[in-house]
Design a protein around this ligand. Structure first.
Ligand SMILES: *Cc1c(COP(=O)(O)O)cnc(C)c1O
Length: 223
C-alpha cells in the first residue's frame, strides 16, 4: 500500500470510531487522494472551489467532499450541487447564499457555523456573542435550503497546548449552550469540527467529534 494510504489507515485507527476523520487534501494531486481512497478514505476536505470541483470531477463518485476553507458567496454555486458539508460559514450573508443555491439544486445543504475563538486577527468567523445574537434573531429558521449542523473552529496557532485546550473547551461549552437554547428539538445540530494535525488529540479531549487532518496524512504542502 502507498505511504499515504498507510498514514490514513494509521490515523483512522488512532482517532476514536465515533469521531469523523476528514482527510484534508488541499494542494495535493488527485493521484494522492486516490491512494487514500484505495486505503478506505471516503471523506476529503478542500479549501479552494476550483480545486474541489476538479477533484470531484476526477475522482470516484462515492466520496463525501467537505469544503473547509473561507468561502466567497459568489462561488457557492459551483459546489452547491455536490458538496456534503460546508464547514466555515462565517457570515449571515454566506448562509443566505448557501440557502439560495441549496433551493436551486433541490438540496438542503449541511453547514457548520465558524466560531472565531483564536487570538489572531486573521481568522474568520462569528464571535460567540455575534453567533448567539444571530441565532436569537431567528430568521435562519426560515431557510429551507441549508441545515445548520454544528460549529467549526480553529485554535490559535501556538505551541501552548494549554491555551489550545482552553479555546476548544470554550467552543464546546458554546456548542452546548446553543444546542440547549436553539436546537433542543433538532438532532442534526450535533457536529463539533475542530482539531488538525498538531492539535487533534487536544480537540478530541475537549469534545470534538470531527477532526480535519491534512499534513499528518498527505505530508507537507508545498504551495
Ligand atoms: C489546512 C486546514 C486543515 C488541515 O491542517 P493540517 O495542519 O495540515 O492538518 C484543517 N482545517 C482547515 C480549515 C484548514 O485550512
Amino acid at each position: 500500500m502507498s505511504d499515504t494510504g498507510q498514514r490514513w489507515q494509521q490515523m483512522r485507527k488512532q482517532v476514536p470510531e465515533d469521531v469523523e476523520l476528514v482527510a484534508v487534501s488541499k494542494f495535493h494531486p488527485a493521484s494522492q487522494l486516490l491512494s487514500a481512497y484505495e486505503a478506505g478514505c471516503r471523506v476529503f476536505g478542500e479549501s479552494r472551489v476550483q480545486e474541489l470541483c476538479a477533484k470531484h470531477e476526477a475522482l470516484p463518485k462515492d466520496i463525501a467532499w467537505h469544503f473547509i476553507g473561507h468561502l466567497q458567496p459568489n462561488k457557492v454555486k459551483y459546489i452547491a450541487p455536490f458538496v456534503s458539508l460546508i464547514h466555515a460559514v462565517d457570515t449571515p450573508k454566506l448562509l443566505t447564499e448557501v440557502n439560495k443555491r441549496g433551493l436551486q439544486n433541490d438540496r438542503c445543504i449541511p453547514c457548520l457555523l465558524q466560531v472565531h475563538i483564536a487570538q489572531e486577527e486573521t481568522k474568520f468567523g462569528f464571535t460567540p456573542e455575534e453567533l448567539t445574537a444571530f441565532l436569537a434573531e431567528g430568521s435562519w429558521r426560515e431557510l429551507r435550503g441549508v441545515s445548520i449542523q454544528g460549529l467549526m473552529c480553529m485554535a490559535t496557532n501556538t505551541d501552548d497546548m494549554l491555551q489550545v485546550r482552553q479555546e476548544f473547551a470554550r467552543v464546546l461549552s458554546l456548542f452546548q449552550e446553543l444546542k440547549q437554547r436553539f436546537f433542543a428539538d433538532n438532532s442534526e445540530f450535533a457536529i463539533r469540527s475542530y482539531g488538525m494535525s498538531h492539535d487533534w488529540r487536544e480537540a478530541i479531549g475537549e469534545g470534538s467529534n470531527m477532526v480535519r487532518i491534512g499534513t499528518a496524512i498527505f505530508g507537507e504542502r508545498t504551495v
